[in-house]
Design a protein around this ligand. Structure first.
Ligand code: C5P
Length: 403
């Protein structure tokens, strides 16, 4: 699944971010994709066709009207060869030409000639990106179903700060593989827990943590995108209910446990992303506790471990998260065994990492292997995680699919 054996036409246009296209092509090949690069004249000012040929292991296509190139693989053939087209970087000028249906060079012609999905990764000066003309063009592309990947915000090569940076190669890869939205999890019931829990001390106070729920929500969405029937059991978060996901809102760990047990009774995959409070007050006061003494002792008792309990049920696949501040892999391996799950997705938290942030990286640990998913936006990371889970799920349950 994912990008393996996919035919990708990588279009490169003339922006400084073109230097990242070489890395992108290499990473696509690492993921098992076959890559053919098409460069505009402008792109050749930033990176040579020879570089792109070396990293893609295929001749680079630069001209529409070159009889020799057309004799090799003509533009119509190339358009048919593709499973997807990715234009990275896409300049403001290219976006404008694409929006207006131009066919005055090889890349724009291919975009018209191909029936497959086109993804565009804009890269330009922040003011050019903000300009109404560019925004209108982007809107036209979106309406046509073209995927717009990014841009990211940050320091720009021209010295400005703002939106217009091309997404990093790994983020583009994740988005691209997500665009091959397969029925990888068609008819599979996936239950996801997300967010923090709230353990009441009295009617107005409680014990909770900084989990934002973003990762769990993104995981639920990614599973739904891949055809799964998804139930999300969510602790208190400010996030909207994701599309196509049955969301059950809970407050305490006990409520999360009850909902998760009920939903997994007929579930196939369980993914525990929630940051569940390990302890809760032994009793929650019925009235607000008054400050009468200098010290106050609250007795805490253990909450049930939801993941361990669900794993014991013998679901087809279970995965948990491990948020660690140190020795990530070691602690995650311990968790894999002690909780009896198929996969642990571990990440570093604290020092600005993990909770509440927009991006993250993950170390995937199963019985045989350790694999790292590099830092990227949580939504993209979630798609990659779902891909990895779906592959392992089907490998473990060959009779179940691929469906
Ligand atoms: O033991 P620890 O809390 O570090 O394990 C984290 C993993 O276990 C996460 O996947 C979390 O959702 C799950 N967990 C759970 N119920 C608990 C505690 C943790 O499902 N009470």
């Amino acid at each position: 699944m994912g990008l393996a054996n996919k035919h990708i036409v990588l279009g490169v246009t003339g922006g400084i971010a073109a230097y990242k296209s070489a890395e992108l092509a290499r990473r696509l090949r690492d993921r098992g994709a076959r890559v053919r690069v098409v460069m505009t004249k402008g792109a050749e000012h930033f990176i040579t066709p020879l570089t792109m040929q070396a990293v893609s292991s295929n001749p680079v296509h630069t001209s529409l009207l070159d009889p020799d190139a057309e004799a090799g693989m003509g533009h119509i053939e190339l358009a048919r060869w593709a499973d997807a087209m990715l234009i990275a970087p896409a300049t403001a000028n290219f976006i404008s030409r694409l929006a207006h249906g131009a066919a005055d060079d090889l890349l724009t012609t291919l975009c018209l000639a191909t029936p497959v999905a086109i993804s565009v990764a804009p890269a330009m000066n922040q003011q050019m990106w903000r300009d109404q003309a560019t925004q209108d063009n982007i809107e036209i592309l979106r309406k046509r179903g073209i995927l717009i990947l990014g841009p990211a915000e940050g320091d720009q090569a021209c010295g400005d700060i703002g939106p217009g940076r091309m997404l990093e190669p790994d983020e583009l890869l994740a988005a691209l593989s997500g665009s091959f939205r397969s029925g990888m999890l068609e008819n599979v019931k996936v239950v996801v827990t997300a967010g923090p829990t709230w353990e009441a001390i009295d009617p107005v106070r409680g014990i909770t943590n900084h989990s934002s729920g973003k990762m769990g929500y993104a995981v639920a969405e990614a599973a739904a995108e891949n055809g799964a029937r998804v139930t999300l059991v969510s602790g208190p978060t400010g996030l909207p209910r994701p599309d196509n996901v049955h969301t059950i809102r809970v407050t305490s760990a006990q409520e999360m446990y009850d909902a998760a047990m009920e939903e997994t009774a007929a579930g196939d995959i369980f993914i525990a992303v929630a940051a569940v409070a390990d302890y809760r007050p032994a009793t929650a006061a019925e009235q607000k506790i008054k400050k009468r003494s200098d010290t106050l002792t609250i007795e805490l008792i253990r909450n049930p471990d939801i993941l361990t309990a669900v794993a014991k049920r013998g679901l087809l696949f279970t995965a948990g998260f491990a948020a660690e501040t140190n020795s990530v892999e070691m602690h995650a391996r311990e968790k894999l065994t002690s909780k009896g799950v198929d996969l642990i997705a571990a990440n570093l938290v604290g020092g600005g990492e993990g909770f509440g942030t927009e991006d993250n990286s993950l170390m995937l640990i199963d019985k045989t292997d350790t694999k790292t998913l590099p830092r990227m936006r949580k939504s993209l990371l979630a798609r990659r995680l779902i891909e990895e889970i779906a592959e392992r799920y089907h490998a473990k349950n060959p009779t179940q699919g691929p469906r």
